[in-house]
Design a protein around this ligand. Sequence first.
Ligand code: NAD
Ligand code: UDP
Length: 332
Amino acid sequence: MNILVTGGAGYIGSHTCIALIEAGHSVVVIDNLRNSSKYSIESIKRITNQDISFCKIDVSDKSAVERIFEKNSFDGVIHLAGLKAVGDSVIKPLEYYENNLMSTLSILNACQKFNVNRFVFSSSATVYGENKSPFTETMVLMPTTNPYGETKVMCERILTDIAKTNQAFSVSILRYFNPIGAHESGLIGESPTGIPNNLMPYITQVAKGKHPFLNIFGNHYPTTDGTGERDYIHVMDLAEGHVAAMEQMTEGVHIYNLGTGRGTTVLELVKAFEQATGITIPFKISVQRQGDIASCYADVSKAQRQLQWSAKRDLIGMCRDAWRFEQNYQEV
Ligand code: NAD
Ligand code: UDP
């Protein structure tokens, strides 16, 4: 298949491009490089030994997107472009609603106009809000605590409405849990700008000596050791989930959790990282982060059953690969 990947220069998008190419598909990437660089496109080419077509445009720009559809014949679209920093979205809600909604509307318009009927959307476990883990796809969604999460809920609704009126349009909504790690080459990975908000990039930066210690946000949650629990999934497993979703697409809207189904606490992740790398991570317990929930992990049985997909890589591998990338990574 010829697949258009929006946000393909980003963390999950670049790994998804590799998984698609390895599965025999060809890819065209659209990205405005707002949170990424052309380096990841060059790295995809290096890793796969294949050329890919890259268009530096904003997905919200309807006419620019249509021009790409005029020049190419796509079998499907994987729409990952979007802004994703939860805290930032609380400070700049308008920017988040505008970027994440307008880009989704723009790409959907092009799909409708050019009759491209396979669509995969990047959603997030954040849509489950304060439901109790394990999260299942049929749960009634709780209000999220931030505009970023609301944009995901809204996009899910938009997609569902379109699929209701256009029977030919097939949609897979993928609710990601916590992607970490990097491609095993160490050439691409997660490279947040500034001080990382997420746990794994913070740990790798402590290991590199960029920060003296890790702040653990609270140790009084109702979890095995009191620290927050998440479902960490290797980014290459997540990427392969996109390939499965695209290849197994059937009529209508299908929602899938992409996680491992296992919860890991902050302290357990720190321990796994130390075991994988031999590096001690100093930490201090600090106050809980506003908006954090105690526990978030997936029921992954639907994706296993319907997509014949499951996460294969373990926590030690995730830590080893994240660290390999951090060691190679030079800020641009
Ligand atoms: P990322 O920031 O690394 O990648 C997103 C890419 O989209 C970036 O390369 C950015 O430059 C591009 N982009 C943003 N707005 C654009 C626009 N208007 N036009 C063109 N390009 C644009 O983030 P990621 O971690 O790879 O996340 C990809 C998707 O997955 C996002 O939609 C995010 O909300 C979602 N998601 C991520 C996580 C996570 O933990 N990383 C979890 C759940 C959902
Ligand atoms: N966390 C932490 N210190 C950090 C960053 C995160 O203790 O510097 C905790 C956070 O409270 C949560 C877990 O690590 O329990 C995962 O946080 P992350 O931001 O990576 O993912 P999210 O909370 O968005 O699922």
